[in-house]
Write a protein that binds this ligand. Structure first.
Ligand code: COA
Length: 544
């Protein structure tokens, strides 16, 4: 079928649907919902059998839904209607929630229901729930609906239309709200828009909160700092606030935003984003950096932790990333906030490269990049530095840099990608700028093993698999072969030469005449809406 994805942004769910629908043989094209006229034009060009709206912030124009079957993904159970669905579910402390795929009609979220799925809620941020539970349920429901095309939906009695959650709904009453309530409010607004508050006199939006037990202190007061976060007392304990956003700014570590206001506060061990665990012959390094963005300092700390892991008497080291992202490469927010974004870009990419190099050149252990969550740009290539790449089914990779203002990219990708995929596929993958599912990634040899399990059991699965890798009969031979092939590769072209050539291009991106990367990064961190759909997504416009 010809399917048009009409979406506010090409977000994680839209990318996943794009990948899965194409895998099923459908012809999928994408249009950003910019305004009614553009949408009508897109439909006329694409002439789709079906319009699917995975993520919309406005109603579909009547001219479109009257003439085409439009299926809308609503992140709420049957009967739930209106905006901020997931936000409300978190605020209300629901134990179960759902996703409904319904047909667009005049009444908002009131059309016939094609499919719906339910899931158990988890104490996590809205964006984490969206990336895992909502996405899984939505993909299942949409694929079932598409399989029934051209069937019909089921009419149900529509529930009341909910209004959008406001800041007043989420406002924290520090003198009354306990830790659980504070966490619920912040999680309901995280990733965006955050909860408006004042911290040490500064108006900010709160993000990235977690329980700070056993810390406690005066409710509403900042009681400690640590690891870039600040601890704020609640009536029954305290919460860590990891990131803050100034009203006209973007998310940065709380300590950085508050700066000198923190003088005199006790410094304690804050929330740690890097965690090492060991089981038998396997060391597992978890690194859960917010949004998978890895700043210069974080790369440095991870490198240190990696070296420590290599000193352990284990045989396999697993790089497990975080639960919501494996890695999305250099930290564009930190770069944007730096006095010289060009200099900070340079430092950050060099820190990523040091890390990638350490992984590539490891000869004491076999290494595994285990992707239980999505990876993008430099994060994908960092994963390729490991001997084996394992990915959970459902994970989406974006193995390209060009979307960020034609960035050339580094992380030794010019060595790693052709080595795995071959020169031709390497060219194709980086030029396409498209998301890739695990099956395609496996065909291009970007992924060696696909793991069929839920996000919650991924760590258990990789522990078992890594244990058997460490105990495998051929382990010593594999380690020996790896060492020999690295030596051979080094003779053909030293790793330093790849790095130098990539950095020469990156230097042009950072310091050259063409400001595209700086403009793209400025827009990305501030979430400026796109004014048109890029042609690599809008194939209907390409043909036109
Ligand atoms: N630096 C800083 N923040 C980043 C980031 C990065 N490298 N990559 C993603 N993020 C943030 C986004 O701003 C967003 O923040 P929010 O929580 O405040 O909304 C969050 O991570 C999720 O990203 P989003 O773009 O909404 O996720 P997605 O699943 O729709 O798309 C990517 C994933 C990877 C395609 C997209 O985030 C991207 O292009 N990231 C930039 C990758 C990059 O160019 N890195 C630099 C070169 S190595």
């Amino acid at each position: 079928m010809k399917i048009l994805l009409l979406t506010h942004a090409f977000n994680s769910l839209s990318q996943r649907l794009f990948v899965d629908l194409r895998r099923l043989g459908h012809e999928v094209t994408v249009e950003f919902d910019i305004n009614d006229q553009v949408t009508v034009e897109a439909v006329a060009l694409a002439r789709p059998h079906l319009v699917i709206a995975p993520f919309l912030k406005r109603a579909i124009p009547e001219e479109v839904w009257r003439n085409h079957l439009c299926l809308v993904v609503h992140p709420g159970p049957e009967g739930d209607r209106g905006a901020s669905s997931l936000d409300w579910a978190i605020l209300e402390g629901r134990s179960e929630w759902g996703v409904t795929v319904l047909q667009a009609e005049a009444g908002m979220d009131a059309g016939p229901v094609w499919e719906s799925r339910r899931f158990a809620m988890r104490p996590a941020s809205k964006s984490s729930l969206y990336r895992h539970e909502v996405t899984e349920a939505a993909v299942e429901a949409v694929l079932a609906a598409v399989a029934r095309f051209p069937g019909e939906g089921r009419r149900i009695a529509p529930g009341p239309l909910r209004r959008p959650v406001t800041q007043a709904d989420r406002a924290i009453d520090w003198q009354r709200d306990g830790t659980a309530a504070v966490l619920r409010k912040i999680r309901s607004a995280d990733g965006m828009p955050g909860v408006a508050d004042r911290i040490l006199g500064l108006p900010v939006f709160l993000h990235d909160a977690r329980d700070a037990a056993p810390l406690s202190g005066a409710a509403g007061a900042v009681i400690a700092e640590g690891g870039g976060a600040v601890a704020v007392g609640t009536v029954d304990g305290a919460v860590w606030i990891g990131h803050l956003r100034a009203p006209d700014g973007f998310k940065l570590p709380a300590g950085q935003v508050l700066g000198t206001r923190l003088h005199g506060l006790p410094e304690v061990a804050g929330p740690s984003h890097i965690r090492y665990e060991e089981q038998g012959g396997v060391g597992i390094l978890h690194f859960a950096f917010l949004n998978g963005a890895m700043s210069t300092a974080q790369c440095g700390r991870l490198l240190q932790a990696y070296h420590q892991a290599l000193r352990r008497p284990t045989r396999v080291v697993v790089l497990a990333g975080g639960a919501d992202f494996w890695s999305n490469g250099i930290n564009l927010n930190q770069i944007e906030a730096a006095a010289s974004p060009a200099d900070e870009s340079w430092r950050n990419i060099n820190a990523m490269n040091d890390l990638a190099r350490a992984v590539i050149t490891t000869t004491s252990h076999l290494t595994v990049a285990a992707l239980g969550a999505n990876a993008g740009a430099g994060g994908v290539f960092l994963a390729l530095a490991a001997d084996e790449v394992w990915a959970r089914r459902g994970v989406i990779l974006n193995p390209h840099y060009k979307g960020m203002g034609n960035l050339y990219g580094s992380e030794y990708w010019t060595y790693l990608l052709p080595r795995r995929a071959g020169a031709e596929a390497a060219r194709r993958v980086t030029a396409a700028r498209l998301p890739m599912g695990v099956d395609e990634a496996r065909e291009c040899k970007l992924v060696d093993r696909v793991i069929d399990c839920g996000h919650d059991s991924f760590t258990c699965e990789i522990k078992l698999l890594a244990e058997s890798l460490s105990a495998a009969e051929g382990y010593p031979e594999r380690l020996f072969e790896k060492k020999t092939s690295l030596e051979q590769d080094e003779k053909i072209r030293p790793l330093d030469a790849y790095r130098e050539a990539e950095l020469a291009e990156m230097s042009l991106n950072f310091y050259g005449f063409d400001p595209s990367y700086h403009v793209a990064r400025y827009n990305f961190v501030r979430k400026l809406a796109k004014s048109r759909t890029p042609l690599y997504l809008a194939t209907h416009r390409r043909k036109a």
